[in-house]
Design a protein around this ligand. Structure first.
Ligand code: GLV
Length: 317
């Protein structure tokens, strides 16, 4: 009998080719809630979830043959790692392959909010464009300003590299990596998080979501941001206290925000959608055909390795 691999969502074509014929691939159509995952996991040897699938203790408790959770994402906050470890189930992720795509999207989001791209698009589509206006939809310059990067992992570095092209000075803070970081050719200065929040014109978040980074930007830290600063989040929603952020935006205490992730995804915190100076994206940081295919291929290779009794290429635990 072939080992069985459960995939929670349809993935990009070709991503799971490695598994074809070697395993019985059971394709879910969007298994996300713990209860439905717990039902579907029975009899499965491997699980390939995406970030929307909540692989909680309940899922591990129901699993009777599970050997590996090959997350199709770099972040693993959707998986109960403690429970996986306790039950001897390996967990893997997809580092590296989504770095550039996510950095690109970060810049798309930053530019969109700072240069009011979405407002402009809505104006033109709505028939409100009456010709060039010298004060129409004014944004602010990037060149010569300061970008603060919170979390200088692979994605944070890729965002920092792009900053040079825009003429920005880069400062960073890394709450999850205490040791001195090798910056290589990167021109960036490490500062304490509080200083970064006080100094930066643009702040971009790139930390993983862990118990330590949950609400890293709470009401108190958000209050350190300059009123003319912009905040971008393409990491994980709960890194920011979304209600506190919304309040500051409503009060005009922050120039704008661009969010690709939310505290209680896919639900939007109340008031957020009414704000014109906020760009809201549907968690598409890694959403390019090439990247999503590489992520699926990596997840498939990780699942395959564990099922074949080998060490997976990208172990988390
Ligand atoms: C996507 O959000 C990921 O963590 O890969």
């Amino acid at each position: 009998m072939l080992a069985r691999v459960l995939v929670t969502h349809p993935l990009v074509e070709g991503g799971l080719d490695l598994l074809e014929g070697r395993y019985e691939v059971v394709q879910g159509e969007g298994l996300e809630q713990p209860e439905e995952l717990a039902r579907a996991i029975v009899g499965m040897d491997a699980l390939i979830p995406v970030v929307a699938a909540r692989v909680s203790g309940e899922v591990f408790a129901a699993a009777d043959r599970l050997k590996v959770v090959a997350n199709c994402a770099v972040g693993v906050d959707n998986v109960d790692l403690g429970e996986a470890r306790r039950r001897g189930v390996r967990v893997t992720n997809t580092p590296g392959v989504l770095t550039e795509a996510t950095a690109d999207l970060t810049w798309a989001a930053l530019l969109a909010v700072v240069r009011r791209v979405v407002e402009g698009d809505a104006l033109v589509r709505g028939g409100g464009f009456r010709g060039f206006g010298p004060t129409l939809l004014l944004g602010v310059d990037l060149c010569g300003k300061t970008l603060g990067i919170v979390g200088l992992g692979q994605i944070g570095r890729a965002v920092a590299r792009r900053a040079a092209g825009f003429g920005l000075r880069v400062i960073f803070s890394d709450p999850t990596q205490a040791a001195e970081l090798d910056l290589g050719l990167l021109r960036a200065e490490r500062v304490p998080l509080e200083d970064l929040l006080r100094q930066a014109d643009f702040v971009s978040l790139h930390t993983p979501l862990t118990p330590e980074t949950r609400h890293l930007l709470d009401a108190e830290r958000l209050a350190l941001l300059r009123p003319r600063a912009y905040l971008v989040n393409t990491s994980r929603g709960p890194v920011i206290d979304e209600a506190a952020l919304t309040w500051r935006l409503q009060q005009g205490l922050l120039a704008g925000a661009a969010l690709d992730v939310y505290e209680d995804e896919p639900r939007l915190g109340s008031g957020l959608a009414e704000l014109p100076n906020v760009v809201l994206l549907p968690h598409i940081g890694s959403a390019t055909v090439e990247t999503r295919r590489r992520m699926a291929q990596m997840a498939a290779a990780n699942a395959d390795a564990v099922l074949q009794g080998r060490e997976p290429p990208n172990p988390v635990s």
